[in-house]
Write a protein that binds this ligand. Structure first.
Ligand code: G6P
Length: 610
């Protein structure tokens, strides 16, 4: 997804910006560009493809001005192809104003028509260029004023940074619907759409809210609304360190994050389970605990992997907390006139806390009167701030585009939430204690499962030429089947379908041909026998069975071609263990096929457009 880095300070701005762009690479992008304020105007370079292309253009260019003010952008194409011309920064037609922009200007064609009628010309296919033109149209020597006037005319979303050739020491930034934070260092300011680009410089940040902007110069900064009402912002500390977002010896972020899960889950649980008193402590929702316990219905809304975690949540809230629950794709929820009755709680699940559809669904639910809770990883993100209350995952930054540790963190938070409701309603202290003991053991059990990485690699490598895979599970492991298939698709580009195992006979069974890999999540539990029947259906048609099974299950080793084992736990907690072999399977498949694991084609870490 698009990324912004901008800098005003005492360092040479070029290297600072390139370094910042690299920190944003993980979000996904297809082109990049840079703008540096010089004595003779704005110095702009852009390139399609990797940031390294832009970097080598800059390395060879002897005309880069020495400067301490500039901005840069990684673009993920929405309007117009990923070309050099469409890359940001974009200029007004007099080339006095430059802008980098995340988000979408919805009324860009009306603005283009308006400006074209006044004789302006446009060179790119982007919506952003219309905003550059509009700011240029209003510009009379005061950049902040021109930005305010232009922002009043546009519909849509933005996180943006703007510079003017006539005011080389001024950077104007603004936000509506697309995140933007300002790092406040010693005599320097670094603005970015993501904390990852800031933490190298400072951990002290200001989060801009929607419809707020800032004017930054080497002497200081002012914050105000886009209506020019001054606002005072608190400077807060970002939670993670630079080291956390680096590779730490692993070949890929995804692998690192898979292996980090025992630690991440321990962190997620830390301070939330009072073993002594035998209770769950969730400070972030304490204020609303009475409403939550009395809830008559829960709606979970999310996208992608977070939606799969939500599906586990549906099972958890119904089974443990006995509250009718449904899980809905945020993109569907937001547009379908949903019924939100009294006593409805909406839970938005999101790793990034910035996914546009999830945010819109959350706002829709709030408008309709629901109490809103966030299950979010990124502290201070928009969803975290806009929900009434919430529980952070605390699993640390997730950089790999394919989500792994966040999925497990989301499930743990849902388990804790369901248990805290259940205990206040129907659950005995003894049963709660069983869950808490089982949760305590999860990190160690995860470590044990991860030791099978090499076995999983060897098995996976045998099947990587097969272009179609099935992932099948039942009950709590049905969402895991969906997640296993999604992981494989995302990073290895193998077509995979995840299904509740019994559904197979209603159609997908027609796909099975000799040698086709079918991955069954076949742990001991209430539906084990039934699942064995489904395995036989695939075997009878020549399919190859890869089973994720319980340790010590001798029967499955006779039925399946390959077995990855997981230790026993309480059935509702099984997804926390059974998903691990599937994450590793996807990783090794992608490696064997030579794919770019951390930056898969066409995908973005955080989808901040519709
Ligand atoms: C993108 C990512 C997925 C992620 C989804 C939801 O599509 O590629 O990995 O699951 O967004 O992201 P969120 O940050 O809301 O959890």
């Amino acid at each position: 997804m698009c990324g912004i880095v901008a800098y005003v300070g005492n360092k040479d701005v070029g290297p600072v910006l390139i370094e910042g762009l690299k920190r944003l690479e993980y979000r996904g992008y297809d082109s990049s560009g840079i703008c540096i304020a010089g004595k003779n105007g704005l110095f702009i370079r852009k390139a399609a493809g990797r940031i390294s292309v832009l970097e080598s253009i800059l390395d060879e260019d002897k005309t880069i001005p020495a400067s301490h003010v500039g901005m840069a952008h990684t673009r993920w194409a929405t309007h117009g192809a990923p070309t050099e011309c469409n890359a940001h920064p974009h200029l007004d037609d007099k080339k006095r104003i430059a802008i980098v922009h995340n988000g979408i200007i919805e009324n860009y064609s009306a603005i283009r028509q308006f400006l074209t009628a006044k004789g302006h010309t446009f060179v790119s296919d982007t919506d952003t260029e219309s905003l550059a033109g509009l700011i240029g149209h209003f510009y009379e020597g005061d950049l902040a004023k021109a930005v305010q006037l232009a922002l009043h005319e546009i519909r849509g979303t933005y996180g943006l940074a703007v510079m003017s050739a006539s005011e080389p020491e001024v950077l104007v930034v603004a936000r509506r619907g697309s995140p933007l934070i300002i790092g406040v260092g010693k005599d320097e300011y670094i603005v970015a759409s993501d904390a990852a680009a800031v933490v190298e410089h400072t951990t002290q940040v200001i989060y801009l809210n929607d419809n707020e902007m800032a004017v930054i110069t080497p002497k200081g900064f002012r914050t105000m609304t886009i209506d020019d009402v001054p606002v005072t912002k608190d400077v807060t500390a970002v939670e993670f360190s630079l080291e956390q977002i680096e590779l730490g010896g692993y070949q890929h972020f995804m692998l690192k994050e898979i292996f980090e899960q025992p630690e991440a889950i321990a962190n997620c649980l830390r301070g939330r389970v009072d073993r002594h008193e035998g209770r769950v402590v969730l400070g972030g929702i304490a204020q609303y605990s009475r409403d939550i316990v009395r809830a008559r219905r829960i709606i979970i809304t999310a996208c992608g992997t977070a939606w799969h975690a939500g599906l586990v949540g549906e099972f958890l809230f119904e089974e443990l907390a006995k509250i009718p629950t449904e899980v809905e794709y945020a993109s569907e929820f937001r547009y379908r006139n949903p019924i939100v009755e009294d006593g409805t709680i909406v839970i938005a699940i999101s790793q990034s806390g910035e996914t546009a559809d999830t945010l819109a669904a959350l706002r829709e639910a709030k408008d309709r009167g629901a109490l809103s809770l966030g299950v979010v990883n990124v502290v201070g993100s928009t969803i975290a701030r806009e929900t009434d209350a919430g529980v952070y995952l605390h699993v640390g930054p997730e950089v790999g585009v394919a989500s792994t540790k966040a999925f497990c963190g989301q499930i743990v938070v849902e388990v804790l939430l369901a248990l805290s409701i259940a205990r206040r309603k129907y659950m005995s202290q003894t049963v709660l204690q069983e869950f808490l003991t089982a949760l305590d053991r999860i990190p160690e059990q995860m470590r044990h499962i991860l030791e099978q990485s090499e076995l999983i690699r060897q098995v996976t490598t045998q099947y990587v030429k097969r272009e179609n895979w099935l992932f099948l599970g039942r009950g709590f492991n049905y969402p895991v089947a969906l997640e296993g298939a999604l992981k494989l698709k995302e990073i290895s580009y193998i077509h995979a379908e995840g299904l509740p195992a019994a559904e197979m006979k209603h159609g997908p069974i027609a796909l099975i041909n000799p040698g086709m890999p079918a991955v069954f999540i076949a742990t001991r539990g209430s539906q084990y026998e039934k699942l064995l029947g489904n395995i036989q259906e695939v075997k009878a048609r020549g399919g190859k069975i890869i089973a994720v099974a319980s340790e010590g299950d001798d029967h499955i080793t006779k039925v399946a071609d390959h077995v990855f084992t997981v230790p026993d736990t309480i059935e509702p907690l099984q997804p926390l263990l059974t998903v691990l072999p599937l994450q590793l399977l996807a990783y090794h498949a992608a490696m064997a096929r030579g794919c770019n694991v951390d930056k898969p084609r066409n995908l973005a870490k955080s989808v901040t457009v519709e």
